[in-house]
Design a protein around this ligand. Structure first.
Ligand code: AMP
Ligand code: MG
Length: 403
């Protein structure tokens, strides 16, 4: 049985980058840039005033008390017509280009104008050369990488793309994710469950997680534990980039998933991972076609399914979309209580992580009742990671997966 780390490595080895496409930056929110964004220009393009005030020659203020002639007014979006000579200044607004001859800006709050002589300005201190001026090229040089490939497009990136790339972005297209919920016992949200029946929780939950990751979802609905029905659904699901099958992946008499997947040419990469919850996880790949399909057989128990998605499916979707795939494990949480894991598999235990006053973070394992307990998971914002056969004391540090 693979460890979690080995399973993640196997997924990463079999994952691939989806084809790229150009789209509007605003529509690419949450997606990753497929190529470095290189600045085609210098920024700013001109020496720029960073304050409302007066543009002047710093050397003129050496004495600490000068009176300068105001030769013109330059507002943002306009350019100067005069060259500043010694003894002169130009009234200038934030964002306006510095006039030729000037090297500094003094802010209006540090100046005085005599109402009898509004064409002159008094400056009663020494101005440092370059004050309140953003020099041409200070922010970006031409050819500089501004956003690295793999970076997720957030509002700041949308702004940069608007500035430098015509508000467009080259991204790996959104993955399509097909979802099959298997189980004779499952009924939909509008049906009153009969004896032994339960509602399909995983279908909508997995859809929600896939959407959160930026995927486009094709819901294939509830499929009975019956070879023909499941076979047909798998065939349809293999049209997607990623196929998620919930339930039927273990060793029960009606767990047809693994056999049917292999029958349909999906190559098994691994079955079962050393973790709790989520041991029955199945992962395979159907290659040979233009764009392969990654297949995850997720355990039927809702909490197990959710944990497997967060740990494994999330990682695969990141790779497909070309997002820099960072480890799901965040170290350094102070445990708030003792915890014992007597089992021989690492446990990913629903917990609540919070920031501590003065720095650091704590993590409180919740009163979780096991794989079927989704309600407690909804109180959690993290999964605390505990090694197999281990005993932890309050105050020890553990890693967590944020959920
Ligand atoms: P399985 O993995 O098919 O053996 O199912 C394990 C457990 O999860 C059983 O108790 C199932 O009833 C339950 N289960 C399976 N699929 C779902 C689902 N879609 N929603 C809620 N519970 C499920
Ligand atoms: Mg089942």
């Amino acid at each position: 049985m693979l460890s979690v780390t080995e399973a993640l490595e196997a997924i990463s080895r079999h994952a691939f980058r989806l084809p790229t496409q150009e789209c509007l930056a605003i529509e690419a929110m949450g997606m990753a840039l497929a190529e470095d964004l290189v600045s085609p220009v210098e920024s700013p393009a001109f020496d720029k005033a960073m304050m409302d005030g007066f543009a002047l020659i710093a050397a003129d203020t050496q004495s600490g008390d000068v009176n300068l002639e105001i030769v013109e007014e330059i507002t943002a979006g306009n350019t100067a017509t005069e060259t500043i000579q010694s003894g002169q200044a130009a009234r200038i607004m934030t964002g306006a280009p510095l006039p030729a001859g000037a090297d500094s800006v003094v802010m209006v709050e540090d100046t005085q104008i005599d109402s009898e002589n509004v064409d002159r300005v008094q400056i009663r201190h020494h101005v440092k050369p370059g004050s309140h001026v953003l020099k041409k090229g200070d922010l970006l040089t031409k050819g500089q990488t501004v956003i690295a490939a793999g970076s997720v497009i957030r509002p700041a990136e949308v702004g940069i793309l608007a500035d430098l790339a015509g508000a467009k972005a080259l991204v790996h297209r959104r993955p399509t994710v097909a979802i099959i919920s298997t189980g004779d016992e499952l009924v939909g949200p509008d049906v009153e469950p009969g004896p032994g029946q339960i509602r399909n929780t995983n279908g909508p939950m997995l859809e929600a997680m896939a959407i959160e990751m930026g995927a486009t979802v094709k819901q294939l609905g509830i499929v009975r534990d019956n070879r023909d029905e499941l076979s047909a659904a798998i065939q349809e699901g293999l049209q997607a980039d990623v196929l998620l099958i919930s339930g039927g992946m273990s060793v029960g008499v009606k767990d047809f998933g693994p056999a049917l997947l292999e029958e349909q040419g999906v190559e098994k990469v691994f079955h079962k991972v050393k973790l709790k919850p989520g041991k029955p996880l199945w992962f395979g790949k159907q290659g040979g076609t233009d764009i392969p399909t990654l297949v995850f057989g997720l355990p039927g128990n809702p909490a197990s399914s959710l944990v497997c998605f967060h740990l494994f499916v999330r990682s695969a979707l990141n790779e497909l979309m070309g997002r820099t795939n960072i480890s799901p494990f965040v170290p350094g949480f102070l445990l708030t209580r003792d915890f014992v894991n007597p089992g021989n598999r690492p446990v990913f235990f629903p917990a609540f992580a919070s920031r501590k006053e003065g720095g650091g973070a704590t993590i409180a394992p919740l009163n979780w009742k096991g794989s079927a307990d989704l309600a407690t998971l909804s109180q959690a914002n993290a999964l605390a990671c505990f090694e197999a056969n281990s005993q932890y004391e309050a105050g020890q540090f553990v890693s967590a997966v944020m959920v």
